[in-house]
Design a protein around this ligand. Sequence first.
Ligand code: AMP
Length: 465
Amino acid sequence: MTSSFADLGLSPGRVKHLNDMGFTKPTAIQAQAIPHLIAGHDAVGLAQTGTGKTAAFALPILEQVNVSNRYVQALVLTPTRELAMQVSQAMQGFTIDRRLQVTAVYGGQSIGQQLSRLRRGSQVVVGTPGRVIDLIDRGGLVLDQVSVMVLDEADEMLNMGFIQDVEKILSHTPDERQTAFFSATMEPAIQKLAARFLKSPVTVSVEPQKASTARIKQIAYVVPKGWTKPRALMPILEIEDPESAIIFVRTRRTAADLTRQLQAAGHSADEYHGDLTQSQRERLLQRFRQRQVRWVVATDIAARGIHVDDLSHVINYELPDNLDSYVHRIGRTGRAGKEGRAVSIVSPLEKYKLTRVEKRFHKPMEYCKVPTQAAIAARHLEKLQTRVREAITSERVASFLPIVSQLGEEYDIRTIAAAALQMAYDQARPTQLRAEEYADKPKPKPVKLNGNEATPQENRVSTSQ
Ligand code: AMP
């Protein structure tokens, strides 16, 4: 069993750099793939995100790139722009020579900027197929000196219909190149592609990480068009009513803004961030554990300091950049034999990201509509009934009977009960008035359904698509 990066054939400088980064031991996919790739073999790596697959192909590429040559020598194709950015950042982080340039190219960013970066010279290009072809066609990306080509998330690339683009790009690279595919699954289409483009490839695979997500219910709310996320969040929190939750955001600024809004709406929420002093942190965590603060808003990085796992909810107010972080986030709920809820709030444009989550867990996401005020009120009444049932069986109820008898001389018993419930209902919902500011304003226009009028935000729906 290999135990160090040095044993895998990486140069001493790289090994030291990796150690400095905290990478002291190769992961399973790295231990298996790196020696073959350094030896120049073609390879198929079966590994999911989170296994360390990026370094598994990135390190051998960086070892063999000639930094005094400014032509593109390695090309990594990824199915999405997020992954392109992530891979190129990771590769940049592994470099030990400042002359080595890694350029990410993807749609949605000015092609002019990418062309000028390429003109300045880049030994490694990481990109999405569409943009790579565009750059080839414009003469800005020349691949005739490419000696390594990697398809990252090859299965995803095929699912997204990039097969012809990939073939076209491959045809622009020299035949004597080294080629590697990384894929989460060995589908027949991947086998076919490998048979066509890889030369006697070795196959290496690692078991997918087993996240114990059996007790985690994954739910997604899609923010209606024209709504902001904060406006959608309030009714969602009202209906989900998390006993304890971390609300994940991407930036410190969003964390601060959101915490302010939640507090202004009367919720028990606080922000956890790196600038808190040690004693402030401890106090907040203590209050969180004791449920004095129910919700903590944090970025992924800040949340590392929150050693509280037994949460009723994890709320993804903003989705993380990668699946691994998602798995990590939601693993904080569904512990100790209890069911947990992982709630993601996504804009219609972000919905596609959840298909990757569904694939990872082999489980459809439950989609819900942002609840209406009527649905929220119904939920509160339901809870009120439960509380009344509990009160009826409690010992203290007897001490209130004299008041009931007294009032009973003036009013009907049912009216007295209803008035008491009304008071309890109003007291239990201090946030209601403010939440209404976010919830149903402006009123959604009624839509015609089979000639009947209905509001678009009716109740819960569950689809598995
Ligand atoms: P990946 O599967 O490539 O997305 O990597 C998952 C995460 O593991 C990334 O955050 C890497 O920085 C980290 N990682 C990869 N290899 C190692 C290693 N050998 N030691 C520690 N962390 C690693």
